[in-house]
Design a protein around this ligand. Structure first.
Ligand code: SAM
Ligand code: SF4
Length: 317
């Protein structure tokens, strides 16, 4: 279905839980994490029904995210049910990778074709500092498990944070020389805990092109990502720049929060409640969200943070 600005909305991101086994400094507070009430969460039945209706309205791709989706009991079954919905031709997942070693194979069999794994540093101590709880070797084992399960292409999400990991840009890019992996550098957004960072932490994706000038642009763009590669490199480097160059004109997505609200735009507080709706009412509410998708969001900066009104773990990043 097209929105008012003729954008075809084909992509639904679903946060299946607001809970997480890590506490990344830019995403969640270390303690006193606000939790959604169990009774407010969508059931798996609700989620599948929403996906069925969304597919009737033109959604073709679904991404499962969170919070940490792999901490949600029964997630493999949910993925299978979503992958079986008629009209859905791709189901992927964004995960921190910690639980992939025991789950990757089952997820692949259930229809998760590929995963994006978040990894902001190649240094074990820094990994601990950024995630507050994670062990570096766990995520490395998770990446291996995804490779072994054939979840190609593997994409690593790396949020660039000035003063934390910007000294590792070249090391991340170097990985793509020999490995068929996509490193996706994402600009830090002033949303959730990210809004508490100093302006020096917000560095633009262009910094990568300045630091690694041999990166060559690839002819095609993938949704919100600008793709580059090293000369003769096996992998790719993706730049996602929600701050310095927003991509609203080509935005094709809506997001479902863990408590059943459909967000037409990540950075707007507007949410259309879907929980409890069935049949015609559900259809109308999804259409309303698509039709009310704004042309663009305001420019974001540390002084003008996101108006999302929630942290990324509730919305689904
Ligand atoms: N737990 C999973 C993970 O970390 O991959 C999925 C959910 S997480 C909210 C999804 C993505 O959002 C991650 O790649 C994370 O780095 C990104 N993210 C969270 N907060 C962010 C922020 N303030 N700015 C930019 N990206 C952010
Ligand atoms: Fe958890 Fe992902 Fe947020 Fe990190 S970015 S705290 S792994 S939801």
């Amino acid at each position: 279905m097209k929105d008012r600005f003729s954008r075809e909305i084909t992509y639904l991101r679903i946060s299946v839980t607001d809970l997480c086994n890590l506490r990344c400094v830019y995403c969640m507070p270390e303690e006193e994490v606000p939790k959604l009430r169990n009774s407010d969460l969508l059931s798996f039945e609700d989620i599948v029904e929403i996906v069925q209706m969304a597919a009737e309205l033109g959604i073709q791709k679904v991404r499962i995210t969170g919070g940490e989706p792999l901490t949600k009991p029964g997630i493999v079954n949910l993925c299978r049910e979503i992958a079986d919905v008629s009209g859905i031709n791709e189901v992927s997942m964004t995960t921190n990778g910690i639980l992939l070693p025991t789950m990757a194979m089952d997820l692949k069999k259930a229809g998760i074709s590929r995963v994006n794994i978040s990894l902001d540093t190649l240094n074990p101590q820094k990994y601990r500092n950024i995630t507050r709880k994670g062990h570096f070797e766990e995520v490395i084992n998770g990446i291996r498990a995804a490779e072994d399960a054939g979840m190609y292409p593997i994409k690593l999400n790396t949020v660039l944070i000035g003063g934390y990991n910007d000294d590792e840009i070249e090391d991340f890019v170097e990985i793509t020389k020999t490995k068929d992996i996509e490193i996706r550098f994402i600009e830090l957004m002033p949303i959730g805990e990210g809004a508490n960072f100093h302006s020096e932490a917000f560095i633009t994706a262009e910094t990568i092109l300045q630091r690694v000038p041999e990166l060559e642009p690839m002819s095609h763009r993938e949704g919100v990502v600008r793709l580059y590669r090293l000369p003769n490199g096996k992998g790719r480097v993706g730049l996602i720049s929600p701050i310095s160059q927003h991509f609203c004109s080509s935005c094709n997505r809506v997001r479902l929060t863990a408590d059943g609200r459909l967000k037409p735009c990540l950075h707007s507080s507007q949410e259309i409640p879907l929980k409890g709706l069935r049949g015609k009412e559900l259809r109308q509410a999804i259409c309303q969200a698509i039709l009310e998708k704004p042309l663009k969001h305001e420019l974001l900066s540390p002084a003008f943070p996101s108006q999302a009104g929630r942290c990324m773990n509730e919305i689904g990043g």
